[in-house]
Design a protein around this ligand. Structure first.
Ligand code: BGP
Length: 486
């Protein structure tokens, strides 16, 4: 067996999410989604941060009744809904073996509670997956990537209500039945751990609907419902699509102690254990004892139905997927200088450079993450998000030189390769935002991740024309040589 380099069938490709690319927010019967509420100024945490406006019932009512997309960049996306053929052709030109996309739940069930799916919504994704198959691009499909029908959020406070599990199962079953011949790889919830950081986007939880002092308990309750839903749809997927593979999806927040002071090491260990907890439940099929103790200590009581623990135990995932953008540093001391990545916050690591948005760049941290994850779970791994948000400059001749992006990927790929050579079972890699898209955290268009430039600014001006950046040609060569020519 060849133990050098990436596996022969390594799945190289890219990733995106429906609400950051599709646009067409109100066509073909699509219902409003929580993502359609996002403005530059809104943010989606329980509390206000960095001058953003926290989501509230009042804010949502106003946004839901605003029929325009002017202030809502995610409603515009990059018009992938109408341009997907052109975009897929560009991905195929780069040699993509795989593309990670998500399905907008509110295209299929506009309010979440219909008994019959919306045919036009189903048809759109059928066309998309058929075209991908024609081009030899394997789809990896996320069922829930930061969106749900807004009606489920406003009616039930989102995933806080147990009945939403059934709604999600109905939606997922409709997808499995319709796409069973087209899609083999499925992910249930994108960055399931993010419910703690932005509960509205992840789980439709509206802060002013949470009784004071109960916010944390409510978040854990909603999370439990997502765990149960994930296990139930994993079972359905295996039953409806023989040979299918289902993965969990974790934000890998690899955290280092700031010093070797045992107090720093202990807080770091606990932080890492909490980050693992989300995948632990989905891979091992049970809540870790230390998390249950922590919940007890905090007087947090999760209501479980009889049978929930059994469902979790019986329907675990086949593989582990994760996003990796940065590492974090933790200290037991107060008042340390911070480094941020949207809603993620750590102590500043003096050894690492950062992107224009302050995300600390750490390729070795990716290798560490791969080794940790494989050692813990012993399941096949796939990196389904990694990349660098940056400002790009279009030259007079239309070219876009992005050596910073090439360098970012190059350094990360070297580390991936080393991890694989050391024995990690990594079967694929999808870079985040292979085409420029609307940022999840800031709703900016100018925070660009793509190998393909999209002519659109933060206000929505532009022709939407696609242009190849230097990194486009570089990534094509990487794929052609299966990661040998970096
Ligand atoms: C992840 C999300 C993506 C994505 C990415 C980059 O957390 O799953 O949807 O957008 O982060 O974040 P941002 O767009 O805020 O730069």
């Amino acid at each position: 067996m060849d133990k050098q380099g990436f596996p022969k069938d390594f799945l190289w490709g890219g990733a995106m999410a429906a609400n950051q690319v599709e646009g067409a927010w109100n066509v073909d019967g699509k219902g409003l989604s929580v993502a359609d509420m996002a403005t530059f100024k809104s943010n989606l945490k329980l509390e206000d941060y960095e001058g953003h406006v926290a989501i509230s019932s009042e804010f949502i009512e106003k946004a839901a009744n605003d029929p325009s997309d002017k202030d809502y960049p995610k409603r515009r996306g990059i018009d992938f809904y109408h341009r997907y053929q052109e975009d897929l052709a560009l991905f195929a030109e780069m040699g993509f073996k795989v593309l990670r996309v998500s399905i907008a739940w509110s295209r299929i069930f506009p309010t979440g509670e219909e008994t019959e799916p919306n045919e036009k919504g189903l048809q759109f994704y059928e066309n998309l997956f058929t075209e991908m198959n024609r081009l030899g691009i394997e789809p990896i499909v996320t069922l829930s990537h930061y969106e749900m029908p807004l009606a489920l959020s406003t009616k039930y406070n989102g995933w806080v209500e147990r009945s939403v599990i059934d709604d999600f199962v109905r939606f997922s079953q409709a997808c499995f039945h319709r796409y069973k011949d087209l899609v083999k790889y499925w992910l249930t919830f994108n960055e399931i751990d993010s419910i703690h950081r932005h509960p509205f986007t992840t789980a439709g939880i509206i802060p002013d609907r949470c009784p004071e002092g109960k916010e944390e308990e409510i978040v854990y309750q909603a999370l439990h419902h997502q765990f149960v839903a994930s296990a139930r749809v994993t079972a359905d997927c295996h039953r409806i699509i023989p040979g299918s593979q289902v993965g969990c999806m974790l934000t890998k927040l690899t955290t280092y102690p700031n010093t070797c002071d045992p107090k720093d090491v202990e807080v770091t260990l606990k932080k890492n254990l909490h980050n693992y907890f989300f995948a632990d439940v989905q891979v091992f099929g049970e809540y870790p004892t230390m998390i249950e103790r922590m919940l007890e200590r905090k007087n947090i009581h999760i209501k479980m139905d009889p049978g929930d623990r059994e469902i979790l135990r019986e329907h675990t995932v086949d593989f582990v997927s994760f996003s990796y953008y940065m590492s974090l540093t933790e200290s037991a001391k107060e008042g340390m200088e911070k480094a941020a990545g949207n809603t993620i916050m750590g102590v500043k690591n003096p050894y690492l450079p950062a992107t224009d948005w302050g995300w600390q760049i750490d390729p070795v941290g990716l290798k560490i993450s791969l080794i940790e994850l494989y050692d813990r779970y012993k399941k096949p791994l796939i990196i389904v998000e990694n990349g660098m948000g940056a400002y790009d400059q279009v030259e007079n001749d239309g070219s876009i030189h992005d050596p910073y992006r090439i360098n970012y990927f190059k350094e990360h790929f070297k580390q991936m390769k080393e991890a694989v050579e050391e024995g990690v079972d990594l079967f694929g890699y999808t870079s985040w935002g292979s085409i420029d898209l609307v940022s999840a955290g800031t709703s900016q268009m100018s925070k660009r991740y793509g190998f393909i430039y999209v002519d659109q600014d933060d206000e929505g001006n532009g022709t939407l024309e696609r242009k190849k950046k230097d990194s486009f040609y570089w990534y094509k060569k990487v794929i052609e040589t299966n990661g040998e020519d970096l």
